[in-house]
Design a protein around this ligand. Structure first.
Ligand code: SAH
Ligand code: F3S
Length: 436
């Protein structure tokens, strides 16, 4: 039996796509390898959102080549494969296979050709593709990602995703519910619904509000998360569905990108700072205790010091609990590369440092205030250090607990006993698991 190793970079959707590829290739007779040295097929599932993500992959390909024996296949899949296409075969010498996110159905055939010595690629878009008949092979566990929407129809000027993942399309609600019910039957109690603008989900009949209610009603599902929503798609219907669906967790990741209207306009984001803050207020009013995280880009073309300071002040004003912060990376083929007034790298780097400091300080202050609170924690997996288990609150805070590995999947009421500023230590306050 041939063995396949997949290494995954980038977002949660790539994690979900790798699970799909294990499903596809399992159906074609491949076993899974956890070590590239033992694999006949090595695939790197890539991200193209920033240049440093791509550089890391190029470096990693050089290392993986060392494990390549005659007849083995080394492939690049995912967004970088889609972005560079067959050119990647020229650029990385020992790569045999380049396959984009809409072409995974052909993966086994293409691997067969590559194994026979051909160098092959498939980067065609198939805007109907949902891999609906392919059961993903997941790591068993209490939490799972479920892709509900692929592609993106927005055109944020900095972003390569619409060009690597193609047109937006939503799976049918009934298909999503069936998959979630199967997950619940196998012991999963938390699902994260994935889409590039997940709250614009629409299957022709049902919108995201319907989806939240339907997934939240699946027996055995205690927690529903979703990522990433687009700020303007939080319609009243969606907010009401969040409010009405007990399983929907009190955490929203809500990418803002910038606190300056001028920058937001150049990014073609479809809201102003004020409109964004109104969405924040709506969410806070509807969902008591909701925590908010965000994505921010600094050094977008034309960003002035004053505009950057508007981003800094937004951290406190929106009162973010966490933020993923990025230095703008020019992506060939996106509209923003044609904008003028590039921000020098040193300036962008200095802004990033200042932003991270403000984000951390805000998180530290908020998290210090949470010590002593009691939260429901889902125990997920062993932590890296100290024989402890890692769990998560509904508000998306990580908690280290002194519990045995057999506690994975259990829900406990836990008091937060301390914080490093970002994660918490906790202690179980009721010894039983059935608390709702
Ligand atoms: N809608 C998607 C966005 C995918 S990209 C989602 O939220 O899942 C994830 C984040 O990467 C974006 O929110 C943005 O903050 C960042 N990003 C995207 N393109 C970028 C670029 N060219 N340079 C720097 N950061 C970028
Ligand atoms: Fe990218 Fe904007 Fe879509 S960030 S994924 S183009 S919503």
């Amino acid at each position: 039996m041939k063995r396949v190793y997949i290494e995954t970079y980038g977002c949660q959707m790539n994690v979900a796509d790798s699970e799909l590829m294990f499903g596809l290739l399992g159906g074609a007779g491949y076993a899974r390898a956890d070590d590239p040295a033992e694999a006949d097929v090595m695939l790197v599932n890539t991200c193209a959102v920033r240049d440093n993500a791509e550089q890391r992959v190029i470096g990693r390909m050089g290392e993986l080549q060392r494990h390549k024996r005659p007849g083995d296949v080394l492939g690049v899949v995912g967004c970088m494969a889609q972005r560079l296409g067959p050119a990647l075969l020229e650029r990385v010498p020992r790569v045999d296979l380049v396959v984009g996110p809409d072409a995974y159905r052909n993966l086994a055939d293409l691997i067969g050709l590559a194994g026979a010595g051909r160098r092959v690629s498939d980067t065609s878009f198939r805007d109907w593709e949902h891999y609906e008949d392919v059961p993903p092979v997941r790591e068993p566990g209490p939490t799972a990602f479920v892709t509900v929407q692929r592609g993106c129809d927005y055109r944020c000027t900095f972003c390569i995703v619409p060009y690597t993942r193609g047109a937006e399309r939503s799976r049918r609600l009934a298909d999503v519910v069936r998959e979630v019910a199967e997950l619940a039957a196998s012991g999963t109690s938390e699902v994260t619904l994935l889409g590039q603008t997940v709250n614009s989900y629409h299957d022709g009949t049902h919108d995201f509000a319907d989806l939240l209610r339907a997934v939240g009603a699946v027996g055995g599902i205690r927690r529903v998360r979703f990522t990433s929503p687009y700020p303007t798609e939080f319609t009243l219907r969606v907010v009401e569905a969040m409010e009405a669906t007990a399983a929907v967790c009190e955490h929203v990741h809500l990418p803002v990108q910038s606190g300056s209207d001028a920058v937001l306009r150049r990014m073609l984001r479809r809201y102003t700072r004020r409109a964004y803050l109104e969405v924040v207020a709506r969410l806070r009013a509807a969902i008591p205790g909701v925590t908010l995280s965000t994505d921010i880009i600094v050094g977008f073309p034309g960003e002035t010091e004053a505009q950057f300071e508007e981003t800094l002040s937004l951290i406190a004003e929106a009162d973010f609990d966490d933020a993923y912060t990025f230095k703008y990376s020019a992506r060939e083929g996106t509209p923003a590369v044609r904008l003028h007034d590039h921000v020098p790298d040193g300036v962008a780097a200095e802004r990033l440092d200042r932003l991270i400091e403000v984000v951390r300080a805000n998180a530290r202050r908020k998290n210090a205030g949470r010590v002593g609170q009691v939260h429901e924690v889902l125990v997920e997996r062993p932590a890296r250090r100290g024989g402890l288990m890692l769990g998560r609150t509904r508000t998306n805070h990580l908690v280290l607990l002194d519990l045995p590995p057999s506690a994975a999947g259990e829900y406990h009421r836990c008091r937060l006993t301390g914080t490093t500023g970002s994660t918490f230590t906790g202690a179980v306050v009721t010894p039983t698991l059935a608390v709702l």
